[in-house]
Structure formats: structure tokens, C-alpha cells
Design a protein around this ligand. Structure first.
Ligand code: NAP
Length: 515
């Protein structure tokens, strides 16, 4: 069986000691192994800070952008192979796998173009020049400059391809070397991408630890940045880690999220806006088997449309074939790991005690095309809660699988915004309405609780990627439970990897510094 190596200090190293086995989650057939330790991580940090940082410092934004374009091209060249790996190791259908792999390439290409636009400057302006003296001669200017440490990227299991690329694109364009750590269970896609990327990048620009983190965080220091996508308990471990606290290491966290979808009272389910709402709910439940941080988990529907919604969901979800995702007729694969299945089953059991079943009971399913008793399958589940604002589990615990809870309301936009807030901070929430006044009231009250608000309507329906798609041009992150982090959002995505400095002096000198 293949033993996946890590790419550290400019060479591939297989590590040593006990091993973890990566499996196909549909069949439980072993695919590869990783060593749980035995890497010289101190040397990897030194290599990034000395060699990687120095190499990237010699390049302009435009040149770093060219590097990102070459990485996107490498993905395109190996697209079929990467998709096959995602199907085998991630439990992805082909469509799920494309979402991850193509999403990674698209994000790299987006930041490649941004690099070309930023050109050959070293500093980025933050706002306009300011007069701080008695006359215009004495000026002030905020600037962003490259940080000198290492960007440590720790990713979740659900997007091994996109997760690697979206963080890498921003850090490399900003000029920081990266040590990327994909989640162990689904590391095959990220491992192959690193094999493709490493020869295209300057020495030390990208290293990757494949396998458990071990002592990774013990080596961070001032100037470093850590970006974690993962669960809230891992986030807590990082927030309180001695080295991170001691050196005030910049920490960006993308964690759990109880994203809401709201149907406004003006929308009939048979309208274009209603169809968009239904398509988004069903897509978010079933795409990647609901294992998307941005997926809709809670739905609020006007009481008078509740029955129509249940009927429509039963009809659509009843047509979803669950099974081996390598089969063309399968629309939803398994959860990614045995642990994920155990967590989702426990989450549904908690939910079942406080809600009624609308579809799928507690997720029992007989998958097609897999040996009996094998695979980490859970079927789509819709539950109904009569009191939307209760302390019930659907407002407290993210179930990272194909599960939504629906609750009725009066149609009041401020109540809808309070329902969004009841998730205690989310990555994204969506509202579907063609009434501008309703939308304005909702947005004003809901915006503080969401990193992104998706406003579904008839006019944008034909072009909509749905709320579950994180776009490189818009912020990805959210307050509170969602971790408080921010990624992407065009040039904003670079700021995590740069230091903002206020300059004051002769206004003409300040102007010349920005080219
Ligand atoms: P996880 O268990 O928190 O793992 C995330 C990453 O952290 C993995 O690479 C994991 O490595 C690593 N890790 C675990 N313990 C660590 C430690 N002590 N020090 C350093 N690294 C450590 O989460 P997951 O199960 O992969 O992902 C599911 C969760 O991620 C869900 O709760 C979901 O909400 C969240 N998520 C959020 C977003 C977002 O953008 N906000 C996106 C996707 C997922 P190993 O795999 O080696 O254990």
C-alpha cells in the first residue's frame, strides 16, 4: 500500500512510527497510509523562514500571480486523476469532486489575475493619504507590507483540494511561505496537488505535512500566521496553545456554522424565487453529503407554506439515489469517515428528541452498489421544529451531514434576522424574496450575525451559484460560532498575511513609496 510522504525542507519524507490508514468511505477498502510522526518540523519552519521567505521576497505581486496561474494549469492537466482520488478517498460523487478540484483551480486563477493587476509594487495602500500636520506637507498613509514568518494552513477533511488552494493562493500572493496540513483522513487529493505544485514553486514556498499535526504548533513564533478550518474543539485547542498565546501569533479560524435559509412571505414555491429556494436547500443537503461548512442547516418558512414545502422536499429528496459515488446513477455518497458518521448519527438522535420527522427518519439508508454493511452512509433527513427560537439542538449543534430542520414563522423580517442570530454567528445565511422593503429590513438586522448574506430573488436566480459556494471575490468567514475569521474577498484575502503599518512623514515621500 502507498505510504504518503510529507514534503518538508525541500524533500519528500515518509516519517516513522505508527501509521494511520486512509480508506474509501463507501467500501472501507484501504487506499494508503501515513506515518503519524517522525518529521523534523523545526527544520521545516527554519527552511520556510530563511529560504522560502527570501525567495518570495525577490518576486513582485505580478510574478507571484504567474506562479499561481501555473498551479491552476497543473490542476487542469491532472484534473481527471484528482477527481478520481476525490471520489475514492472523499466519498465524493463526480460532481462533488469537480466542485472541490475545479474550485481550487478557479481560486488560484482568480488570485493569479489579481497579482497581475497589483503589478510590481511592494506595498499596498490601505485607504487614501491623510493630512496629519498643519499643512499638506506632513502626511499619513496606512500601508500593507509582507509579513516575514510562515503561514501554517490546517485544513478540514471536506475540501482537501479547494481548502489547500484557497489558503495557498492568498498567502503566496502576499509573499508568505506556507506549511500546509490537510486533514489526514482525506489527504490523497491534497498530497497529489502538492506533488504537482512543488516543482513549479521557488524553494521553501510550499511545504506540506501529510498526517497528524504532532508538534507542528510548538514551532510557531512572532510573524507567523495560522489559518485553521475545522471544528470548534480544535479551534479551542489552538486559541489556548502556549506558543500561539506567547507570541500573539495571528490566528484565523473558520469553524462550525448553523447557516439559515429564510423564505419570505411574498414567495410562492412555484415561482422562480421559490424554485431557487428549493433547489438551494436540496443541493446543500446532498452536495458533498451535506459536508459543507456553508450548507443550509436551518430553514424558516411562513406557516402558510409549511405543508407545500414538506411535500416538495419529500418529492425531491425521494429521488436522490444514495450509494457508491463512483456510480453514475448515484447522487449522494457516504460521509467521509467512520467518526463523521458516528457524530452525525449522534446529532440526529439529539435532534429527534426535540423535533418531528418530515423525511428520512433518523437517516437509515440502504446504499446501492456497496457490499452489505459497508460504508459510512446516512440518508437525507428533514426534521420539523414547532418553535424556531427554542434551545433545541438544531439551534445549538452543527450536524455535518445531509440534515436540515425546518421551523414555521409569521413572515416578519426582523424575526427572520433574529433566527439567523440564534445560530450565534454563521458563515452565510440566505433569504429569498422579491420585495425590496422586506429584504432591507432583514439585511439591516441580520448582517451583524453572518459573514455573507445571500439574497435569492427571481432576477438573479438563473445566474446563482447558491449560498453554499464560497467565491474568491467575496469574503468567506463569519462571527461567533463560525470562528470569527475572514478569508478570500479579493485583495482582503491577502491582508491576513500582511502587516498594516501607519506611515507618517513628508507627504511626497509617502506617495513615492506607493509607486
Ligand atoms: P477537525 O477535527 O477540527 O480537523 C481540522 C484539521 O485540524 C485537520 O487537519 C486536523 O488534523 C487538524 N487538527 C486536529 N487537532 C489538531 C491539533 N491539536 N493541532 C493542530 N491541528 C489539529 O475538523 P474536521 O473534522 O476535519 O472538519 C469538520 C469541521 O470543520 C466541521 O465542524 C465544520 O464545521 C468545520 N468546517 C468549517 C469550514 C469553514 O470554512 N468554516 C469548512 C469546512 C469545515 P487531522 O485530520 O490529522 O486530525
Amino acid at each position: 500500500m502507498q505510504l504518503l510522504a510529507s514534503y518538508l525542507s525541500g524533500s519528500w519524507s515518509q516519517g516513522s512510527g505508527a501509521r494511520t490508514t486512509l480508506v474509501n468511505p463507501a467500501t472501507e477498502v484501504p487506499l494508503a497510509e501515513v506515518a503519524n510522526g517522525g518529521h523534523d518540523l523545526a527544520a521545516a519552519f527554519t527552511y520556510a523562514r530563511s529560504v522560502g521567505s527570501r525567495e518570495l521576497a525577490t518576486l513582485t505581486f505580478a510574478q507571484r500571480g504567474t506562479l499561481l496561474a501555473s498551479l491552476a494549469k497543473a490542476i487542469h492537466g491532472a484534473r481527471e486523476e484528482l477527481i478520481d482520488l476525490a471520489v475514492a478517498n472523499g466519498g465524493n460523487t463526480r460532481s462533488d469532486a469537480k466542485f472541490d478540484v475545479d474550485g481550487g483551480a478557479l481560486t488560484l486563477s482568480y488570485y493569479a489575475e489579481l497579482g497581475a493587476k497589483l503589478g510590481s509594487t511592494n506595498l499596498l495602500a490601505d485607504g487614501e493619504p491623510i493630512q496629519v500636520g498643519r499643512t499638506a506637507r506632513m502626511g499619513g498613509q496606512h500601508v500593507w507590507g509582507r509579513r516575514r514568518g510562515v503561514a501554517v494552513h490546517i485544513n478540514a477533511f471536506n475540501f482537501p483540494g479547494w481548502g489547500l488552494c484557497e489558503k495557498l493562493a492568498c498567502a503566496l500572493l502576499a509573499g508568505m511561505p506556507v506549511i500546509a496540513k490537510p486533514a489526514t483522513a482525506t489527504a490523497l487529493v491534497a498530497h497529489r496537488m502538492v506533488e504537482l505544485f512543488a516543482p513549479l514553486l521557488p524553494a521553501g514556498a510550499l511545504q506540506s505535512l501529510i498526517g497528524p499535526a504532532g508538534s507542528l504548533l510548538d514551532h510557531v513564533g512572532p510573524g507567523d500566521v495560522i489559518a485553521l478550518t475545522g471544528g470548534s474543539s480544535t479551534a479551542r485547542t489552538l486559541r489556548t496553545h502556549g506558543k500561539i498565546v506567547e507570541h500573539s501569533v495571528r490566528l484565523n479560524i473558520e469553524a462550525d456554522s448553523l447557516n439559515a435559509a429564510i423564505l419570505a412571505p411574498d414567495v410562492d414555491l412555484t415561482s422562480e424565487t421559490g424554485a431557487l429556494f428549493l433547489a438551494d436547500v436540496v443541493r446543500d443537503m446532498t452536495q458533498k453529503t451535506g459536508q459543507k461548512c456553508t450548507a443550509i442547516r436551518r430553514v424558516l418558512v411562513p406557516a402558510e407554506r409549511e405543508k407545500d414545502l414538506y411535500e416538495a422536499l419529500r418529492e425531491r429528496l425521494g429521488g436522490i439515489a444514495v450509494g457508491d459515488p463512483s456510480r453514475e446513477d448515484v447522487r449522494m455518497g457516504p460521509l467521509a469517515t467512520a467518526q463523521q458518521k458516528a457524530d452525525v448519527v449522534a446529532g440526529i438522535a439529539r435532534l429527534a428528541a426535540a423535533t418531528d420527522s418530515i423525511f428520512g427518519g433518523t437517516g437509515e439508508v440502504t446504499p446501492i452498489g456497496v457490499p452489505a454493511g459497508k460504508g459510512y452512509f446516512v440518508g437525507p433527513v428533514v426534521r420539523m421544529a414547532s418553535t424556531p427560537m427554542s434551545d433545541a439542538p438544531f439551534n445549538e449543534h452543527e450536524i455535518f451531514g445531509p440534515v436540515v430542520t425546518v421551523a414555521p414563522y409569521s413572515g416578519d423580517p426582523v424575526f427572520a434576522a433574529e433566527f439567523v442570530a440564534r445560530g450565534h454567528g454563521c458563515l452565510v445565511s440566505s433569504a429569498y424574496s422579491d420585495e425590496r422593503d422586506w429584504v432591507a429590513s432583514f439585511v439591516g438586522a441580520a448582517a451583524p450575525w453572518a459573514g455573507r448574506l445571500y439574497l435569492g430573488s427571481g432576477k438573479m436566480a438563473a445566474q446563482s451559484p447558491g449560498p453554499g459556494t464560497a467565491l474568491p471575490s467575496l469574503l468567506h468567514g463569519g462571527p461567533g460560532r463560525a470562528g470569527g475569521g475572514e478569508e478570500l474577498g479579493a485583495e482582503r484575502g491577502l491582508h491576513l498575511y500582511m502587516q498594516r503599518t501607519a506611515l507618517e512623514g513628508d507627504a511626497s515621500v509617502l506617495k513615492s513609496l506607493l509607486g
